[in-house]
Design a protein around this ligand. Sequence first.
Ligand SMILES: COC(=O)C(/C=C/C1=C(C)CCCC1(C)C)=C/O[C@H]1C=C(C)C(=O)O1
Ligand SMILES: O=C(O)CCC(=O)C(=O)O
Ligand SMILES: [Fe+2]
Length: 363
Amino acid sequence: MGPLPISSIRIGKIEDVQELIKSKPNKVPERFIREANERGLLVSLKTHPHQHIPVIDLSKLSEPHTHDDHLFEILKLSQACEDWGFFQVINHGIEVKVVEDIEKVAKEFFEMPLEEKKKYPMEPGTVQGYGQAFIFSEDQKLDWCNMFALGVHPPSIRNPKLWPSKPARFSENLEGYSKEIRKLCKKLLKYIAISLGLNEERFEEMFGEAVQAVRMNYYPPCSSPDLVLGLSPHSDGSALTVLQQSKNSCVGLQILKDNTWVPVLPLPSALVINIGDTIEVLTNGKYKSVEHRAVTNRERERLTIVTFYAPNYEVEIEPMGELVDDETNPCKYRSYNHGDYSYHYVSNKLQGKKSLDFARILN
Ligand SMILES: COC(=O)C(/C=C/C1=C(C)CCCC1(C)C)=C/O[C@H]1C=C(C)C(=O)O1
Ligand SMILES: O=C(O)CCC(=O)C(=O)O
Ligand SMILES: [Fe+2]
């Protein structure tokens, strides 16, 4: 998947939100202010304070005391994927130091002067580097967020010029973190396969050399959080996404459930996992990707480290035969190449679940 054709893209000036709040802490420029209908949704849809995304204990899956413990956790996992598309994973086995180290360098990266961060620009029409992705026109509203995104695996998707030399341990910590998150994704996909009654290696065999990318999102405080969005509503194009929220972050992630935005309150040392569009297609919609967004806070910042895990670009994706039945559960998505879907995903603005129209079979 190469860069998008940039000749026709005019996206206007993208103000850096960290710089904005330094110079004019109480001003929200017009380009960040959402249209009334979207703003309406920010305030009028009641949030659901009493509903929480399910919690999966990975140790009960990988080292269960009894067979029943294992079965019970698999059942919880299948319900989490079917009813929520989101869950938190505890006892994931990733060392605290690995998690703390990536948080430290991510924070230090965003705290560097703009001039330093600008050495790694996200050029229009690309998705890697420092800036805002998914902007394709001058009148498109901007998110209240600075992003730094990098392709990690396989090495062919890396752009080494964008791997920063400062903070000093950035690359080393990202390599270590990504290896651990990759192992976690493989384990989760194994248990997700079991929860679907499939051979545990089904996804691993299909995905080949899986694509892995990381995006660090920094949301500074905003003087008018009711006027802006931290990150526009979207579903992820990945198979699985792993989200880590830094220790002192405000709550900001919300997921759309039964037409209501439900806030995700991360547990200490848990990672938040969500089902991406690719699993939705492969399971013929049994496990769905869920629309989510980030909102900002008047006083507090938010920093998240997000890993997208997806099949190799060469892989052909279609609903798995085991989960399709011509009579009772006909095929809902056409087959496509994952590289083509990735290209489609990153060349369109974030807009709920619209990206999946690429594959939906309309009756
Ligand atoms: C800003 O980036 C994203 O939101 C994003 C992109 C990820 C990618 C990179 C940063 C470099 C390598 C390619 C890739 C597209 C994976 C989201 O990732 C989702 C979207 C698709 C499709 C996917 O597989 O993950
Ligand atoms: O930062 C968050 O809470 C949400 C991030 C997210 O959804 C993404 O990066 O795709
Ligand atoms: Fe997301």
